[in-house]
Design a protein around this ligand. Structure first.
Ligand code: CAA
Length: 258
């Protein structure tokens, strides 16, 4: 792969957008490689993913403006669908995905972050949806996911103004869960991935499905889904082992994803 790297560490995987010369901007090739990497991840071998950007300056500085320059209406729609399809794959990926934002998260970069389960960032992170300043709207899910993350009013302010916000403001509005010194960001992301990957993987996956499905449904429908998934957990060996260990006062249960 030229623009996206994948590395497995312990029981988690790290995806790095690796196009530093363009501040990791997302062109079609980057999106295709990201899609292919996701398709090839062995979800039995890893239990959590981290997505980050290469270099110290940028997470992802948006969709590639040079590629978009010559697009017409159908080309724009095609490019938007390509991004939206990959980001939907991340949002619905079987494993939890942590976004570690190491710098600029602009336009498509902010949208990539929003498709992950949650976000942490470095003190140097800068967020914006600058699209309306370029004569377009957010096209990789920003008009839909930003409001779900930070509320309608703040999402509209960010999108209509195209203004940048810093890490402290992103924390204040709930766009990120935590802010770290730049050198502490990846260790913190890996520590979280390690903690998550030590919990019962089927239970973590079913939690993700329940939360994601419920976010689009009335609460009574969401709790129906929760009840079904809760019941399914009782069929797993991991559930039997963990409850047995609790009763017998044994610590550090190992889960086997079954
Ligand atoms: N697309 C293509 N190339 C980009 C890029 C982008 N989004 N962002 C940065 N680059 C390239 C620059 O063209 C430059 O390459 P060259 O040296 O070959 O010209 C290189 O990355 C370094 O960038 P700068 O020289 O501009 O670096 P800087 O430190 O002066 O500024 C920046 C950094 C503030 C992030 C600035 O690059 C910038 O504003 N980038 C564009 C951000 C943006 O508007 N993103 C939204 C895109 S639209 C979108 O994402 C639509 C969507 O919803 C799908």
């Amino acid at each position: 792969m030229e623009f996206v790297k994948y590395e497995q560490r312990n029981r988690y995987g790290i995806i790095t957008i690796n196009r530093e010369e363009a501040l990791n901007a997302l062109n079609s090739a980057v999106l295709d490689e990201l899609n292919e990497i996701l398709d090839n991840i062995d979800t039995n071998a890893v239990r959590c993913l981290i997505i980050t950007g290469a270099g110290g300056k940028s997470f992802v500085a948006g969709a590639d403006i040079k590629e978009m320059l010559e697009l017409d209406k159908s080309g724009g729609e095609f490019f938007g669908k390509k991004g939206n399809d990959v980001f939907a794959k991340i949002e619905n990926f079987a494993l939890p995905v942590i976004c570690a934002i190491n710098g600029y998260a602009l336009g498509g970069g902010c949208e990539l972050a929003l498709s992950c389960d949650f976000r942490i960032c470095s003190e140097k992170a800068v967020f914006a949806q600058p699209e309306v300043g370029l004569g377009i709207i957010p096209g990789f899910g920003g008009t839909q996911r930003l409001m779900r993350a930070v509320g309608m009013g703040m999402a509209k302010q960010m999108i209509y103004s195209a203004g940048k916000i810093d890490a402290a403001e992103a924390l204040r509005i709930g766009l990120v869960n935590a802010v770290y010194a730049p050198e502490e960001l990846m260790p913190a992301a890996e520590k979280l991935a390690d903690i998550i990957s030590k919990n019962a993987p089927i239970a973590v996956q079913k939690s993700k499905i329940a939360i994601n499905s419920g976010s689009q449904l009335p609460i009574n429908k969401g709790t129906e889904i929760e009840t079904r998934l809760f019941g399914e957990c009782f069929e797993t060996d991991d559930r039997r082992a963990a409850m047995g260990a609790f009763i017998e006062r044994r610590k550090n249960v190992e889960f086997f994803n079954r």
